[in-house]
Design a protein around this ligand. Structure first.
Ligand code: ADP
Ligand code: ASP
Ligand code: MG
Length: 439
């Protein structure tokens, strides 16, 4: 049963009779890496337009462009103003949106580029990691209804109080696409990338990985949040809340080999992210995710008394630092103990700053930290009803000599923290263990 009981389960596209599907198409960085690839993207768009479908396109910056912009900001000053960071890094998408509109026009298609603020895509004020609050978009909808293709910059919006450009966090164009699909009531949100779907694990690490024809919102949410960067976590959350169908497919499949979105055939290629009730064939484990951007912090000889955990984790939460796994040792003498936990690797310097202040207040404790750790996760909704998945996992890792530093679980996921050097071996081992490469 779906956790969202009562939510209407869609049965197909084009439910409103006589209406051609309304599609949002998103193209990631590798798909728009140069003008030739932008022409290829335009051919995908043209196919949909010629079939009579209404199309809004969301584009990322050219591959590597955002990294370059971020590097320039950091070079300018390691401690920089978040609003100016956004002013710089949002520019990558402006280039590709304009170029795609130009190419589409040159093919005889009515198209216009839109920057986030022009739509407008309204966000909160958390610059660099902003969340979309609203997409009023009446003008956009009118133009789409008239058959004009809208090419919209992904990854960005506008923070209305200060009237500043904001960005949604790395990989945020996926979220722009899903949010727009929800706002314009699209039938489908197609995410075109450099792989032809969501695989049982990253196909770059395990060549035997298999494409999943369908994956549930819940599993995809865990995959994304545990490190599978094929979709930004927030985009899956949004799709799940609004029951928006998302399909992941490759822009490198020749445009003429892809059938225009059609109620009868749309689910024959790529991976559909959908309600679990729509998935007939269920496995216990659906996929393996890994995250290398992890850091481990250990507090040694910290007082073992009520209120200590709150005193440590409260200030970290106040600083907006997400703590993931937490392990507290049994105290041998009843007076002091050790606590180990993980944060995102990029948050480590800030976390250490906060903890130094905590240590000064609580009485000294030692702090050890390391960036050389990775998290590997096994995900599957079948775990709700099957015991023994964790035991098998720990045994297989043990047999490969991989030491587990911390463990965390949810109803449909088991994650272990291990030495970063073993991350790929662990992913391959677990992929084999659960026979995910088999048909
Ligand atoms: P884009 O630039 O199109 O947004 P990304 O690089 O963000 O593309 O995401 C696509 C990449 O995600 C793939 O190239 C692949 O290496 C990686 N990836 C990680 N886990 C998976 C998975 N389970 N299935 C497919 N791709 C995955
Ligand atoms: N260009 C942005 C990034 O590289 C957003 C995206 O591609 O989704 O993070
Ligand atoms: Mg991406």
């Amino acid at each position: 049963m779906s956790r969202r009981t009562g939510a209407a389960v869609k049965t197909g596209l084009g439910e409103r009779a006589g209406r051609m599907p309304f599609v949002v198409m998103k193209f990631g960085g590798t798909s728009v890496a140069n003008v030739e690839r932008i022409r290829n993207v335009a051919r995908h768009v043209k196919r949909e337009v010629e079939a009579g479908n209404k199309v809004a396109v969301v584009v990322s910056a050219m591959a590597g462009a955002t990294n370059q912009l971020v590097a320039w900001v950091r070079e300018a000053s390691p401690l920089h103003d978040a609003r100016e960071y956004d002013a710089v890094v949002a520019t990558g998408e402006q280039v590709t949106a304009g170029l795609l509109a130009i190419v589409l026009q040159s093919m005889g298609i009515t198209a216009r580029s839109w920057q986030g603020w022009q739509v407008p895509i309204v966000t909160d004020n958390a610059h660099g990691v902003a969340r979309i609050r609203d997409i009023p978009g009446a003008a956009l909808r009118t133009r789409l209804e008239q058959g004009e293709v809208a090419v919209i910059t992904g990854f960005q919006g506008i923070e209305p109080a200060r009237n500043r450009v904001s960005t949604l966090g790395r990989g945020g164009s996926d979220t722009s696409a899903v949010a727009l699909a929800v706002a314009v009531k699209a039938d489908l949100c197609d995410i075109y990338t450099d792989v032809d779907g969501v695989y049982t694990t990253d196909p770059r690490i395990v060549p035997q990985a298999k494409r999943l024809p369908k994956i549930s919102y819940e599993e995809m949410l865990e995959m994304a949040s545990q490190g599978s960067k094929v979709l930004q976590t927030r985009s899956v959350e949004l799709a799940m809340v609004h029951n928006m169908r998302v399909r992941v497919l490759s822009s490198f499949t020749p445009p003429e080999d892809v059938t225009p979105v059609d109620p009868a055939t749309w689910d024959r290629i790529g991976t559909i992210i959908c309600d679990e009730d729509e998935i007939v064939e269920q496995r216990v484990v659906s996929g393996i995710a890994y995250a290398k951007d992890e850091a481990k912090i250990t507090l040694l000889n910290i007082a073992d008394k009520p209120g200590i955990a709150a005193a440590v984790f409260g200030p970290l939460a106040d600083a907006n630092i997400n703590v993931d796994m937490i392990v507290q040792n049994l105290s041998a003498d009843g007076k002091s103990t050790d606590i180990t936990f993980t944060v995102q690797g990029s948050e480590l310097p800030r976390a250490l700053e906060v903890l130094k202040k905590v240590a000064a207040k609580l009485g000294a404790f030692d702090i050890k930290s390391s960036n050389d750790v990775a998290k590997v996760s096994v995900i599957g909704i079948g775990m709700r009803s099957h015991a023994g998945v964790a035991a098998q996992m720990f045994k297989a890792l043990g047999e490969k000599g991989i030491n587990i530093l911390a463990i965390s679980t949810s109803e449909i996921k088991i994650s272990v923290l291990i030495d970063a050097a073993y991350a790929e071996l662990a992913v391959r081992t677990l992929h084999g263990l659960y026979e995910l490469g088999k048909d």
